[in-house]
Design a protein around this ligand. Structure first.
Ligand SMILES: [Zn+2]
Length: 454
């Protein structure tokens, strides 16, 4: 592999240096390096050279699928008529299916097959709720899936046992019953991530089947990928994702058994925890099972102040998403009791309590752009310009540090551009001070993974 000489890069936000890359690692850093014969040179012009960013919580296949989907919720669609028009205009996939995303009840109330048939009876339609927890299909979709004969517990049925068209947390069943367009191609997603400066991702999709595990850990993406959804018994490392469904919490004993099973395989747990009830249940369970280094709470959307010290004592880390505030903060302010607003997507109080924490995207459910997420962590502004929990603001540099932490140590110390390290790098068009003052994906000039420009 040819090397590369990066001239006049800003390191650590202070000194300027030349950096040589060879065989995928950083081989030299010095105030001035001589170019070798034939060696390509990139003049950084004082732009910051940072370790590549890691998004510690996202969903790769859902990101790829979203690019081929019709948005069925705000801000694009706000009324039943708007939804009817969006579905009518939607382009079906090669199997004739319309795939909708981002639905919220404010559009046309709770959707089921009957309501969807009044909006779009002709072609099979499936629409995902904005939360990611629920799919809704119309009659043609239910028929195509063989929903009536389905045996998944998430298939909602009426009092006569007839499926309503609503499928709760049944993505694995749905995948198995949809025409084969699986796994989706991730080439465009990898390019998109690289343009944002992302060189590593943690996929947080639960219950991946072996084919998905193989595809995601293969070379589907140039980025390094850590999976939380590899099933127990699978040799893949990485914490084990457990979902505490917001609407239907598991039994305490079932939860402790799952945690023990993961810990028994030397895997930490990564527990989806959105509500205060889910958090209380998880902490009680972990009190009993004990914790492992690396155990993490995903989202921690609502953390009552009185639980902060317990989370810290248990040594749990938190991977959260302030980007949701910029995306749907006004909905939170409307739907969540005012007394709980200070508990929403905390960051500063987590840091103050000594809890390892980092921002991440949860894309495609939250905004993917890490620079926008950093901005959201620092400003906590809703789309309407209101502020959610001003006391929980952290500065952009602190949010960036989370994106620089190692995939296996989210919220741990930021990685550094140092001699002998893997050349996963992002070069900015400006010094770090500029990026911290005004974080923007437009500042990303080049991204390298293992020394290769992407
Ligand atoms: Zn997620």
């Amino acid at each position: 592999m040819t090397g590369l000489l990066i001239r006049d890069a800003e390191l650590e936000g202070e000194r300027r240096a030349d950096v040589r890359i060879g065989d995928g690692t950083i081989t030299e850093i010095a105030p001035a390096l001589d170019r070798r014969p034939g060696e390509p040179v990139l003049d950084a012009g004082g732009g910051a050279l940072l370790p590549g960013l890691c998004d510690h919580h996202l969903h790769l296949y859902a990101i790829a699928a979203r690019a081929r989907s019709v948005l069925c919720g705000p801000p694009r669609v706000r009324t039943a008529e708007g939804l009817r028009a969006a579905l009518a205009a939607a382009v079906a996939d090669e199997h004739g299916w319309i795939r909708g995303i981002g639905y919220h009840e404010s559009v046309a109330g709770p959707l089921d097959a009957g309501i969807l048939d009044r909006l779009h009876p002709a072609r099979p339609v499936r629409i995902q709720h904005r939360s990611g927890a629920l799919w809704m299909v119309n009659g043609a979709g239910a028929t195509a899936l063989g929903l009536a004969a389905g045996d998944h517990p998430g298939i909602e049925r009426d009092e006569h046992g007839v499926p309503t068209g609503r499928l709760w947390r049944a993505d694995d069943w749905l995948r198995a019953h949809l025409p084969a367009a699986w796994p989706p191609d991730l080439t465009a997603t990898g390019t998109r991530l690289a343009r944002l400066g992302i060189t590593a991702v943690t996929d947080a999709t639960p219950d991946l089947d072996p084919a998905a595990v193989a595809a995601l850990t293969g070379d589907a993406l140039p980025q390094r990928v850590l999976l939380l959804g590899a099933p127990l018994g699978h040799p893949a490392a990485g914490p084990y994702k457990i979902v505490l469904a917001d609407s239907d919490l598991p039994e305490y004993d079932a939860l402790t058994a799952k945690i023990r099973a993961a810990h028994g395989e030397n895997r930490a747990v990564a527990v989806h925890c959105v509500t205060r009830e889910a958090l209380a249940l998880l902490l009680a369970a972990l009190d009993e099972t004990g914790t492992r280094a690396g155990d993490r709470i995903e989202h921690a959307a609502l953390v009552p102040a009185e639980l902060l010290s317990r989370i810290a004592e248990l040594g749990l880390r938190i991977v959260t998403q302030p980007g949701f505030l910029a995306d749907r903060g006004d909905d939170y302010l409307r739907d969540i009791p005012a007394a709980e607003h200070p508990d929403l997507y905390r960051l500063r109080s987590l840091v103050a309590a000594g809890i390892r924490c980092t921002a991440s995207s949860d894309a495609p459910y939250g905004p993917l752009d890490p620079w926008a997420v950093m901005h959201a962590a620092a400003h906590r502004e809703t789309p309407a310009g209101r502020t959610v929990g001003a006391a929980e603001r952290i500065d952009v540099g602190r949010a960036l540090a989370g994106y620089l932490s190692d995939p296996t140590d989210p919220g741990g110390p930021p990685r550094r551009v140092a001699l002998g390290t893997i050349a996963d790098l992002v070069l900015l068009r400006a010094p770090l001070a500029t990026a911290v003052r005004k974080p923007s994906a437009e500042l990303v000039r080049a991204t390298f993974i293992g020394g290769v420009p992407r």
